[in-house]
Design a protein around this ligand. Structure first.
Ligand SMILES: [Zn+2]
Ligand SMILES: [Zn+2]
Length: 286
């Protein structure tokens, strides 16, 4: 299994000289299975660059956690979607008010975009992510509702003995302390438990979080506590705030290592997501 980060930013793209190193594109992670299947986690603006590297005459799977703009904005600029040879399956959370396709069509429609969803040339299908485990290529996929604003899923993808958990927008500590909350009460816990890699929301420093409680995102201490309690082997901090410059994130990384090692973690098992960086996963490295 191989991971590649195409967008690690949250909320809104943040291009510019201050964010060059960590990247300014919003949420998009490519997960390539050992059988060659590509699973794309979210379709933020990072998916545009991913699309430029992809073959079109194949079946692609996009798993959307939710439909906030920073997770779907790149769909309109995903080159394979404009090729009739591409079969594109888009999975996402169910919502009572409208189908996944109709909710995405609120973005891909006039006057926001020059075309309608039905006009995309690829062979396109929309599917509600099942509540029971299902298969994509050689992987088993699990989805579960997690604490964020609006219907939001987290995912766990398992291939062989290796598993990756993706929780980009998540506030498990909302109204509670993660230190002593029973496991079964912690949002996303089952998805993350024992994962080889956990990609998790860490939008705020502890100081910033005080004025952002209930916004749907995590502070550093909560992300570290969540990952520690879930017993993950490697933690990747994700969904960087658009206001966080490269210099800020360098310092944030220092605080993350300090907090992680204080919990008993190894310093090389926590990192910040960096756009275009890859993580190769094999039984040996895990
Ligand atoms: Zn987001
Ligand atoms: Zn969100």
């Amino acid at each position: 299994m191989k991971l590649k980060f195409w967008g690690a930013r949250g909320s809104v793209p943040a291009p510019g000289p201050e964010t060059n190193r960590y990247g300014g594109n919003t949420s998009c992670v490519q997960l390539t299975l050992d059988d060659g299947t590509d699973i794309v986690l979210d379709a933020g603006t990072g998916i545009r660059n991913l699309g430029l590297t992809m073959q079109h005459d194949c079946t692609l799977q996009i798993l959307l956690t939710h439909l906030h703009l920073d997770h779907i904005q790149g769909l309109m600029f995903f080159e394979p979607a404009f090729d009739p040879k591409t079969e594109l399956n888009i999975w996402g959370p169910e919502a009572p008010e409208a189908s996944l396709e109709d909710r995405i069509a609120r973005y891909i429609s006039s006057p926001l975009t020059p075309i309608e969803v039905r006009e995309l040339p690829c062979e396109l299908s929309f599917k509600d992510s099942p509540t029971t485990e299902w298969e994509i290529g050689s992987a088993r996929v699990q989805a579960a509702a997690v604490t964020h604003r609006g219907p939001t899923l987290g995912y766990r993808i398992t291939e062989g003995d290796l598993s990756v958990c993706y929780l980009p927008d998540h506030e498990p500590a909302l109204g509670a302390s993660l230190v002593d909350l029973p496991e079964e009460w912690i949002s996303g816990f089952e998805l993350a438990q024992g994962a080889d890699v956990l990609i998790h929301d860490c939008q705020y420093s502890d100081e910033e979080y005080a004025s952002h409680i209930g916004w749907g995102h995590s502070r550093l201490t909560d992300t570290l506590t969540f990952a520690h309690r879930a017993g993950v082997k490697r933690l990747v901090l994700f969904h960087h705030d658009p206001l966080h410059s490269d210099d800020f994130l360098d310092a944030f990384m220092g605080a993350a290592v300090e907090g992680w090692t204080a919990l008993g973690g190894a310093p090389d098992r926590v990192e910040l997501a960096v756009e275009r960086r890859c993580i190769e996963l094999s039984a040996a490295t895990a």
